[in-house]
Design a protein around this ligand. Structure first.
Ligand code: BGC
Length: 814
């Protein structure tokens, strides 16, 4: 009873906070979006879900709060309650239990990964058919398009596969901040910047959900390392969490209202993310007005002794499930924790009111699902059309880092010499739940062969080398093989091939590959962040031979994330960051190299000059405090100075700055102006810029708006991205005027001392620029005459663990 009263008090505080919010600036969303429409629609479903409560027993309610479970030895899902006859989708990650009683007949809902394509079994027992999904470009690549229309289009096609293969909720997009280049799952994520992450995620959510299926944005929140992923504790100040690690999720929620959000494995400031009522309820639901359901990550917050690949001496905190539900994490996956929930109910730590809240949140969303509406799915989406879109999206997103001597484009039909095993073993995406069972992967060698005359001797050499020397990929959850490049010095056959190719062929293309994924982080050494000795040797040998004949050398990076370029970039003429382009990677690379597609991707994460320059490099992936050999605590020492916010504020040279990307044409920016500033009244700022294609070929330009804000009470990074947009394809000489709208919420900074978002008074410099290297851009200015309080927030949310103070963080500096 006492516990019940305490909980009641807490929810009164939450209501007071939301009332307070209503009194501050309203209408802060940047774009026209479908939020209000979604809210109305949800109100009807919510009313119906509330009405269902009277027809559910306690036991049935507990079944809804947690999935049926997963067999840890086979990772197979256990059949859920009321799965419609014949509607199983083998290989999916989980379910929401249904209900069948005298009054209600709610079918189980189906949940499936992941960010780069739908993940399920391509083959079925007793069925000779195959069921492949499209492998789309990885998140990091799609975000590099800086093109929300393109991402939405991909989402629409992706969501069609979700629906037509019988799935209800996609467990994607992933949108954690790329805090450190070595995070194993960076490939699933979008950017080091929350505005890019939030806007790209919102576009993906709107695209997928336009099909009437759900998305699950993940992993909420401050989940920035895979090492010891179930127990790593992210220690960060409230302002850091608000401005960097929560802001992207806030944008996605406010702009797109996804059906679901997935809470993350890690702890934040000493408490499991999904046990935090201040975030799962006060921030997410009361401050941001999230209408969907919150689900846990698989086995999150309830296990002890579990290792990253789900093995180990598994025990569990019997109160963990109740803690999740009372915090506002509505659904526990994969579940099978009914006994725990029942015991917590019996001992009073879980009340029927808490249970009902989560049941209503879940059933509100479930009513929208294809399964609930008995949708007769085809299992036959248009995979050819989707493959074409996947190829287009990949080519429109790849980043041309360097092209100093106009080595690219290489005219179609020219003779090209291709080096590196990655041309054979091309990576379509990363490993783990972000992997996709695609029908095929077009490798780089065969993609190039469609548009160029490829040196067959070299392709055969690398193909044979691959077949003979490949070893099974040791990464967790990885399938397939990996290999080291051959040593040129030790391989006379390769030396001869290089020499004769330099005679006979027009240009050289060297591929460098890197694989990574879920359950582990990368390392900063040779063969991973750094190139291996053999890779450097190959670049040196090929460059020397081709340059001696006045022929150009291009490097194509088929990588999961950032790698070093400092040690070798001056050896080559051009570098294409292809990331992992999905099943059509090879064709997309060829499209860009031949100029069939003029590159227009730009970096959504910085490429630093050296790993040691990364502000979190000294502490990533965490510190082993309890001496068990595993990183337990990650101190976010760099605070808000993540990525370019750090490099620009502390004048650090980088290899390629955030936002950088070249084109085969050139663009001029002109007439930049702040056309309206109503921040103090209705919370908006509008800026326009005219972009002109000043080169010879058609191209697209992604323009970025950086703001340099005055420092009154709060210190600020030198510049912060506040908006971006991309032109249409502009013919040579053609111009387009872009209009950027920045909300007060996006412009504001977090004033933790007063629990509020504020815009400080003073003069603001606005740079509309091609990248975060703004030194050649003339800023325009606007002024704010007195402090604007944009919104009030939950008091005492996200506080540091006891004993940790601001002084516990080592301040980053030059
Ligand atoms: C991953 C999630 C994924 C889930 C279901 C977890 O291990 O962290 O991203 O959605 O498994 O496969």
């Amino acid at each position: 009873m006492i516990a019940y009263q305490q909980k009641l008090k807490l929810s009164v505080v939450a209501v007071a906070v939301s009332i307070g919010l209503a009194g501050t600036l309203a209408g802060c969303n940047d774009d026209d979006n479908n939020t209000s429409q979604v809210q109305d629609e949800d109100a009807q479903y919510r009313a119906k879900a509330e009405a269902m409560l009277k027809d559910l027993s306690l036991s049935e309610k507990l079944d809804i709060l947690q999935g049926p479970g997963m067999d840890l030895t086979t990772y197979a899902g256990i059949p859920p309650i009321n799965l419609e006859e014949g509607k199983d989708v083998p290989g999916i990650a989980g379910y929401i239990n249904g209900v069948k009683n005298e009054v209600l007949d709610i079918p189980a809902a189906k949940l499936s990964d992941g960010p780069a394509g739908l993940r399920f079994s391509p083959t079925r027992e007793g069925n000779s058919g195959t069921f492949y999904a499209t492998a789309w470009p990885i998140g990091s690549l799609l975000a590099s398009s800086w093109d929300t229309d393109l991402v939405k289009k991909v989402g629409e096609a992706f969501g069609d596969e979700v629906k037509e293969y019988g799935v209800d909720f996609l467990l994607a997009p992933g949108m954690n901040i790329q805090r450190n280049p070595l995070l194993g799952r960076n490939f699933e994520y979008y950017s080091e910047d929350p505005v890019v992450s939030g806007k790209i995620a919102a576009a993906m959510v709107n695209g997928v959900e336009s099909n009437g299926v759900g998305t699950t944005i993940k992993h909420f929140f401050a989940n920035n390392a895979e090492t010891n992923r179930f127990f790593n504790d992210s220690i960060a100040e409230p302002r850091t969490l608000r401005e960097i690690y929560l802001r992207g999720f806030q944008i996605a929620v406010e702009d797109a209202q996804p059906w679901a959000i997935m809470s993350s494995y890690n702890l934040v400031n000493g408490t499991y993310a999904n046990h935090r009522k201040d975030v799962m309820t006060n921030i997410l639901k009361d401050e941001w007005h999230f209408k969907g359901l919150v689900m846990s990550d698989w086995f999150a917050g309830n296990v002890t002794g579990l290792t990253s690949n789900f093995t180990g001496n598994v025990g569990r905190d019997p109160e963990s499930a109740a803690k999740m539900i009372t915090a506002g994490n509505n659904l526990i996956e994969p579940g099978n924790l009914k006994e725990d929930l029942q015991a917590s109910y019996d001992n009073g730590t879980l009340t029927e009111e808490d249970i009902d809240k989560s049941v209503v949140a879940i059933l509100t969303q479930v009513q929208k699902t294809p399964s609930y509406n008995h949708y007769n799915y085809s299992e036959n989406p248009d995979l050819n059309a989707h493959a074409a879109l996947s190829r287009l999206a990949a080519s429109e997103s790849m980043v041309l880092l360097k092209n100093t001597t106009s080595a690219l484009p290489i005219a179609a039909g020219k003779k090209v010499a291709t080096f590196g095993t990655t041309q054979i073993n091309t990576f379509k995406g990363g490993t783990g739940s972000g992997d996709v069972n695609a029908a095929y992967v077009k490798n780089i060698a065969s993609g190039l062969a469609e548009q160029f005359e490829v040196n067959d001797g070299l392709v055969t050499f690398f193909s044979d080398y691959w077949d003979t020397n490949k070893v099974p990929n040791p990464a967790l959850f990885a399938s397939g093989y990996v290999i080291e490049e051959p040593s040129v010095a030790a391989t006379p056959a390769l030396q001869n091939l290089i020499a004769s190719a330099a005679e006979s062929d027009d240009a050289a293309i060297i591929t460098i590959g890197r694989q990574a994924g879920e359950g582990g982080d990368r390392n900063s050494g040779e063969g991973d962040y750094l190139l291996s000795a053999e890779e450097l040797e190959m670049i040196n040998a090929v460059s020397a031979a081709f340059h001696a004949k006045d022929k150009k050398v291009t490097v194509v990076l088929n990588v999961n994330g950032v790698i070093d370029t400092t040690a070798w970039s001056d050896k080559v003429d051009s570098i294409l960051l292809a990331y992992m382009g999905g099943q059509e990677t090879g064709s997309a690379v060829a499209d860009v190299l031949s100029g069939a597609v003029n590159p227009s991707g730009k970096l959504a994460q910085t490429m630093p000059a050296s790993y040691s320059d990364v502000p979190s490099s000294a502490t990533f992936p965490g510190t082993d405090i309890d001496g068990d050999g595993l990183a337990d605590k990650s101190y976010y020492n760099e605070g808000i100075y993540v990525g370019y916010r750090y490099y620009t504020s502390f004048n650090k040279q980088v290899s390629y700055p955030f936002g950088h990307g070249l084109s085969y044409t050139t663009f001029a920016y002109g007439n930049t102006a702040v056309t309206s500033n109503t921040l103090a009244t209705d919370g908006k700022l509008t800026i326009t810029t005219t972009i002109t294609n000043t080169g010879d070929v058609a191209g697209k330009e992604a323009a970025q708006v950086y703001v340099n804000a005055p420092e009154v009470k709060l210190k600020k990074p030198t510049i912060e991205l506040k908006a971006f947009d991309k032109t249409d394809l502009l013919a040579a000489g053609e111009s387009e005027t872009l209009t950027f709208s920045i909300s007060a919420q996006t412009l504001s900074s977090f004033d933790s001392a007063n629990n509020q978002w504020i815009i400080e008074p003073g003069t603001y410099n606005v740079y509309v620029a091609p990248s975060s290297e703004v030194s050649n851009t003339q800023p325009v200015t606007f002024t704010v005459s007195k402090e604007i309080v944009v919104s009030k927030t939950t008091p005492s949310a996200l506080t540091l663990p006891e004993g940790t103070t601001e002084a516990s963080f080592v301040t980053v500096s030059e």
